[in-house]
Design a binder for this molecule. Structure first.
Ligand code: AMP
Length: 474
């Protein structure tokens, strides 16, 4: 998971980076960091917690410069240690580098072992330092940034959307299959690259397009240039971004996520019709799916649960009573909407089965006559190795239980998951261009012990074309 942003803007970048990261906060709440460059010196700050906890106005004022990168972290690889907070900053020869990464490298361990065997020292446990080391491997030979990024794209396997600042120049590159989202936007006096288009919206900018799979963008005083470094035979956009992870108001691969989720809700009704008194989402992840379900079925949309938006990170709850109270603080059932009624309860996914089980239980405690659970993803049967924080196979309830067993477990009246075909239709991208690893156990890259749809990536390498997208002031 994680959110990344890079901005080049003659008007200064620190407040824009901060606001863009605010818009990406859902992608990571563990820590946040910003690095800027003012033409002579670098400025950086990192902190634990939410972006609003990690930064104050005074700090932001001190982050001078017209170019910078930022990151919000949700750890998928690397422990929760202060040294793992990104951007990862380093100096090499007379140059200064800052890197922020969203994704997960499947060959990070092998690369790290290889580099360590050659005497390299690592100061963090995060994948991002492996990217930096791979970059430096080539850079110390050629002193050429572009060749060093090409070397990274040749060497790194897995998912990576990367923003990189080298002195006063901003680079952005995306893995050849475009697994994690990444977009390019224009602001009043500059450019932004970010994990999701909501970051562009936050700056009142204009979304230009997604960063293309395998593309390298370079943004500096001359304007913006594009190079297609790697070409894969297929794309593999993360299907889970559309289901759950991205914000509903983001546009991914040209699709408004809200619309995708509404269509998921419509398909859910068509696939498993039911008569009921109301349709309610599990807030907030089920909201746009429930709206689609209600719209297609004609069953009124009425919230059966309210989420406490001030619920912070959970604390350790030792007793069963404390755990039950925590659920009630987080989600309060609206008794008046539930009692004696049949409810269609809509959520995006079932992972361990804990949330759905608890909520069905809450509904029944408040007197619901029936609880029909509708889920906007097919059963999640396999782990994610490419950047979404998912539990192991053993912890995934659907990995060894069929739908009927899961229904029994969560004590729902009926349970239906959207079919993969309907989900793909709702997204509107052909299945060959989506990563469905968590739903099918087939991954787009080779992972030890898992099956892989043929990996086929051509690196254009030294013959790549440089295309000037926009010159400065254009
Ligand atoms: P569970 O209780 O383990 O079945 O989790 C299901 C709930 O967690 C759903 O309501 C989802 O919205 C949410 N969810 C799904 N995937 C993730 C994830 N990778 N990280 C955090 N929450 C998730």
């Amino acid at each position: 998971m994680c959110g990344i942003v890079g901005i080049y803007d003659a008007g200064g970048v620190s407040f824009s980076l901060y606001h863009a990261l605010y818009a990406l906060q859902h992608r990571g709440q563990e820590s946040a960091g910003i690095t800027t460059f003012d033409g002579g010196r670098i400025h950086k700050h990192k902190g634990q917690g939410l972006i609003s906890e990690a930064f104050d106005e005074e700090t932001l004022r001190s982050l001078e410069g017209i170019v910078g990168v930022g990151h919000v972290r949700y750890p998928t690889s690397g422990a929760n240690l202060p040294e793992n907070i990104q951007p990862f900053n380093f100096r090499f020869r007379e140059h200064f580098f800052a890197i922020a990464h969203n994704g997960n490298l499947v060959n990070a361990k092998a690369l790290r072992e290889n580099y360590e065997a050659n005497g390299e020292i690592f100061s963090t446990t995060s994948d991002t330092e492996v990217i930096a080391s791979t970059f430096v491997q080539e850079f110390k030979r050629s002193s050429n940034v572009l060749d060093s990024i090409v070397h990274c794209m040749r060497t790194l396997q897995g998912s990576y959307s990367v923003v990189m600042m080298v002195d006063g120049c901003l680079y952005a590159f995306r893995d050849p299959m475009g697994i994690k989202p990444f977009c390019l936007g224009k602001t009043e006096s500059g450019y932004i690259v970010a994990s999701e288009s909501v970051a562009v919206d936050a700056l009142r900018g204009e979304l230009i397009r997604d960063v293309r799979p395998g593309e390298l963008l370079q943004i500096d005083a001359q304007g913006i240039r594009s190079r297609q470094i790697a070409i894969a035979k297929r794309k593999a956009h993360c299907i889970f971004e559309f289901i759950y992870f991205a914000r509903a108001d983001s546009v991914l691969e040209g699709k408004l996520v809200y619309d995708v989720r509404r269509r998921i809700g419509e398909h859910l009704y068509e696939e498993a019709k039911v008569k009921a008194d109301l349709v309610s989402p599990v807030p907030d992840s089920g909201t746009s799916i429930a709206i689609g379900y209600s719209h297609r079925s004609g069953i009124p949309y009425l919230e059966a649960l309210m989420k406490n938006r001030y619920m912070g990170r959970t604390f350790i709850k030792s007793s069963q009573r404390e755990r039950e109270m925590a659920v009630r603080i987080k989600l309060n059932p609206i008794k008046q909407h539930i009692r004696g009624r049949s409810v269609v309860l809509v959520d995006d996914s079932i992972v361990r089965g804990t949330t759905s089980g608890r909520i069905v239980n809450l509904m029944k405690e408040e007197g619901a006559s029936e609880v029909h659970v509708r889920i906007g993803s097919p059963p999640i049967i396999a782990p994610c190795y490419l950047g979404v924080d998912m539990p192991t196979r053993e912890e995934l309830i659907a990995s060894d239980k069929g739908v009927e067993k899961v229904r029994e477990h969560i004590a729902a009246t009926t349970l239906h998951h959207i079919s993969l075909a309907a989900l793909v239709d709702a997204i509107g991208i052909q299945i060959e261009d989506l990563c469905t690893g968590c739903l099918t156990s087939h991954y787009p890259v080779q992972i030890e012990g898992e099956s892989c749809a043929q990996r086929s990536v051509d690196i254009v390498g030294g013959t790549y074309q440089t295309k000037l997208l926009e010159a400065k002031g254009a």
